[in-house]
Write a protein that binds this ligand. Structure first.
Ligand code: GLC
Length: 539
């Protein structure tokens, strides 16, 4: 490779704006709060931030229901505050990615309101998927697709004359109508939206549901609608991963390149791509498409050496093998946090916390880019006991089950102090975070983490520092080393060996000497259970 592209081994921090830091005292995080937190992120050593959606939205899905793609919701600030945030981030060397939501908008979006007011067959309706129902009176949905968040993927509208009329498609909630990407007006609109934000200086976009957008042109029945509904993954083969979507990413890449040609700054497109295999995934990161796509198989792997080895090997072969880099992720705003996920079923034993730290060190040693979700660096567990009446996830409302709900990983961050709101909100006494914080969050507050060199925060900070010292850690491949069962070890060039003990009993370390960095205390020559370590050449 002739030139290093910053994004190939970047570490990006996901800011869930609503829960990061509240500057106004209303109990909801905001853009000014993010700006106030930048020095903290600079200290941590990340290359950039991805901001979850802050656009005007009725918040049926916390901003993933966008009513206006070119503004800031007053709850989060305004465009001037946004500009200040980007300027401050850039001064600190932190790049800024926005979250763009092209698969669907909000039912409050002006174009959808126009579509509702217009007649069947009108150009206004052609921007979405409107169709007549089945059955003699059209009272059955046009096909059998399920929505991802429960219930059918179609909702019937009432026409201007007051009679029940056509149906519209929404792969998530009814408040999130899907755009019709076969209509060129939609593509043009998004082209303009990208340029609007690029002109304001952003460094790129995280693309929501990037395997979505196009549906099978005839919207036929799904062969197995029950399977489509079983997980939150995009499995309906007629609704996701249609070949036409790749043309959109080629176009968006060209728009980014156009801006780079003007000012030399490389922009980054990272897709949320849920597809059935690493090979399918690789298609999204071909050289003229997205720069990155989250590789979710690592996140989905159980705490097991063979499972980790399998998904890592597949990614290296099928994705990195094509010349792209792999984008690793262990946590995000949709998933149970690693500390809790790896702790099950023995929760409370500290095992989950130890494993989460080990997994983080493993992720940071892998070739490619990595994303950290806010609070992960603090070792925050999932809040599993939020009472029903505070839950806001539409999945809970639509399925009536807590099984897949996401509020528990979105509880506002603790910054300082011994009691909620732990410095999260600057509001007067009594100001309440939008989701209640448990008392034990005191142990994880950033002030405490920074002061304690054994904290997860220090592990992440040290790992990030070493990554940048080992120039271009994101490039190249890895070589598996022979180990006993239950242990993974790999070398990265001549520089680094990383080993992880997935078991609970200590094993002989694969490298002599004391590791330079480890996720828990290590004696020379030994790798304790649930621990990862790095040995650096010459250390
Ligand atoms: C993505 C987002 C998720 C959102 C969904 C619908 O999966 O990460 O939070 O609910 O898309 O936009």
């Amino acid at each position: 490779m002739n030139r290093h592209h910053w994004w190939r081994d970047a570490v990006i921090y996901q800011v869930y704006v609503r829960s990061f830091l509240d500057s106004t005292g209303d109990g909801i995080g905001d853009l000014a709060g993010v700006r106030a937190g930048l020095p903290y992120l600079r200290k941590l050593g990340v290359d950039g931030i991805w901001l979850s959606p802050f656009y005007p939205s009725p918040q049926h899905d916390h901003g993933y229901d966008v009513a206006d793609y070119r503004d800031v919701d007053p709850v989060y600030g305004d465009l001037d505050e946004f500009d200040r945030l980007v300027a401050s981030a850039h001064r600190l060397g932190i790049r800024v990615l926005l979250d763009i939501v092209p698969n669907h908008c909000s039912s409050e979006h002006p174009w959808f309101r126009e579509a509702l007011a217009a007649a069947p067959g009108s150009p206004e309706r052609a921007r979405f998927h409107f169709a007549d129902g089945r059955g003699p009176d059209g009272s059955e949905p046009p096909n059998n697709w399920h929505a991802m968040f429960g219930g059918p993927a179609w909702t019937r509208v009432t026409e201007a004359d007051g009679r029940p009329g056509q149906w519209y498609l929404h792969m998530f909630t009814p408040e999130q109508p899907d755009w019709n990407w076969r209509n060129p007006e939609v593509a043009d609109e998004f082209d303009q939206v990208l340029r609007f934000w690029l002109d304001r200086g952003v460094d790129g976009f995280r693309i929501d549901v990037a395997a979505g957008l196009f549906k099978h042109p005839e919207l036929p029945d799904s062969p197995d609608p029950e399977a489509d509904a079983r997980t939150r993954d995009s499995v309906n083969p007629l609704a996701w991963n249609q070949p036409e979507v790749h043309d959109v990413w080629r176009h968006w890449r060209a728009v980014c390149e156009e801006y780079t040609a003007r000012d030399g700054r490389e922009r980054l497109l990272v897709g949320e791509v849920s597809v059935p295999s690493a090979r399918e995934h690789a298609k999204y990161v071909r050289p003229d498409e997205l720069h990155q796509a989250f590789f979710f198989d690592l996140l989905g792997a159980p705490w097991d050496a063979d499972a980790f080895r399998k998904v890592i090997s597949e990614a290296m072969q099928d994705i990195a093998g094509t010349g792209s880099t792999v984008t690793w992720v262990l946590n995000n705003h949709d998933q149970v946090r690693t500390v809790t996920r790896y702790g099950e079923p023995a929760e409370g034993s500290g095992l989950g916390a130890a494993r989460a730290r080990a997994a983080a060190l493993l992720m940071l040693a892998l070739p490619g880019a990595a994303y950290i979700y806010q609070g992960e660096e603090l070792g925050l567990p999932e809040v599993v006991d939020l009472p029903d009446d505070v839950l806001t996830d539409p999945i809970f409302r639509r399925t009536g089950s807590r099984a897949r709900i996401r509020d528990g990983c979105r509880v506002p961050l603790p910054w300082s102090g011994q009691a909620s709101p732990f410095g999260f909100t600057s509001g007067a006494e009594g100001a309440k975070p939008w989701l209640p914080q448990p008392e034990y969050f005191a142990e994880y507050a950033t002030h405490r983490a920074l002061a304690d060199t054994r904290s997860s925060w220090h592990l992440y900070r040290d790992g990030l520092q070493l990554r940048s010292a080992l120039h271009q850690l994101g490039e190249g491949t890895l070589r598996w080393l022979d180990t006993q069962p239950g242990v993974l070890a790999f070398a990265r060039g001549d520089d680094l060996v990383c080993a992880v003990n997935f078991g609970t009993a200590p094993v002989p370390a694969p490298v002599p000497g004391t590791p330079l960095l480890s996720s828990g205390p290590c004696r020379p020559g030994e790798l304790p259970g649930s621990t990862a370590a790095w040995w650096i050449d010459g250390s």
